[in-house]
Design a protein around this ligand. Structure first.
Ligand code: MN
Length: 337
């Protein structure tokens, strides 16, 4: 199905629906939260009953948006909605929602790994954010925009592109943001809100996490770690750590950052960020995870000391093999070694 076909089907389904629930993945991020609120606003403008219902609470700083109070936390009731839109969910389980079996589902995502499980699937890995996709949908629906809706979509794109720094920053992302600013989104307000609201505890945490920095001998894989005790000592709960990874990735020569977040005893969520030709999603898949080309993740079980040695070593071996292979591809007549 082409994008055009998917967007038309989605538009028609929305128009014929009365009560629409919008949900996103567990531990929702700026893109999924702001896009959810924007879609809710868009659908209400065309007379629909719409509501964002997320399984997990809204994290900082998004919980401080005045509209965050509109988000319901919990389960989508099995009756009462005739359409559910799932944002950035590779499968229904990712939403944390149960008993959605019979309700019509639309799956909107910009990640490579997606099970295409819904009645309509619009999966576009080239999109910078689902916020960008929601804007294209709104244009097709002829939505009369408000500064509030434009602001949410702009915030979604800025948040997912790391303020237009990541590799997903495309001409179309700029084009969409250009239109959103014209429609009333405020770049300065968004930047202040997203990036200049750190608490002192967050900066102390940043220092602790960066002090765990290890770099492999070749100098291209950086490892950092965050333990539960770090968060507890500072009285922090779930916290956005994207900026900490961005700092580790700013080290010259670093192509991959592995961020180990302790989830439980000997259990870590490992976030991967990569640069250039290194495919983070492909690496994550080797460890049963998934994600984007430059941002992915997986779960690892074992002692931290052992994992931070073994995992970079495995990745080194894979990269070495891949690079030898691609060199041969580029120079087919080169002697094999
Ligand atoms: Mn996103």
């Amino acid at each position: 199905m082409t994008r055009n076909e998917a967007v038309s089907l989605i538009r028609d389904k929305i128009l014929e629906s009365r009560r629409i629930a919008i949900t996103s993945h567990l531990r929702p991020d700026g893109d999924s939260i702001c896009t959810g609120l924007a879609l809710e606003g868009m659908f209400r403008r065309i007379g629909k009953q719409a509501r964002v219902i997320n399984h997990d609470p809204t994290p900082y700083p998004f919980c401080h948006m005045p509209e965050a109070g509109r988000i319901r936390i919990g389960q989508i009731p099995p009756r009462g909605y005739d359409l559910i839109i799932l944002l950035e969910c590779a499968n229904v389980e990712r939403s944390g929602m149960k008993n959605l079996g019979r309700i019509f589902k639309i799956n909107i995502d910009h990640h490579y790994s997606n099970d295409h499980y819904a009645d309509i699937n619009w999966v576009e890995p080239e999109a910078a954010a689902v916020g960008e996709m929601a804007f294209l949908l709104g244009e097709r629906m002829g939505i009369r925009w408000t500064p509030e809706i434009a602001g949410h979509l702009y915030c979604a794109v800025v948040s997912d592109t790391g303020s237009f720094q990541f590799s997903n920053t495309t001409a179309r992302a700029f084009e969409v943001c250009h239109k959103l600013v014209k429609l009333g989104a405020s770049p300065i307000k968004t930047t202040e809100f997203l990036f200049n609201t750190n608490s002192p505890e967050k900066i102390k945490l940043l220092a602790q996490v960066l002090s765990t920095l290890q770099i492999n001998r070749q100098g291209h894989i950086a490892t950092i770690a965050m333990f539960k005790k770090n968060l507890e000592a500072l009285g922090l709960k779930e916290i956005d750590t994207e900026d900490i990874m961005t700092l580790a990735r700013s080290i010259q020569g670093i192509e991959i950052v592995l961020f180990f977040k302790e989830m439980g005893r000997d259990k870590f969520r490992v976030s991967i960020r990569s640069k250039g030709k290194v495919n983070a999603a492909a690496i994550a898949e080797l460890f049963d995870g998934g994600g984007h080309v430059h941002a992915a993740g997986f779960t690892a079980i074992g002692r931290h000391e052992r994992l931070t040695k073994e995992i970079p070593r495995k990745i080194e071996a894979i990269l070495k093999k891949e690079r030898r292979f691609s060199r041969k591809e580029e120079h087919p007549s080169a002697p094999t070694d």
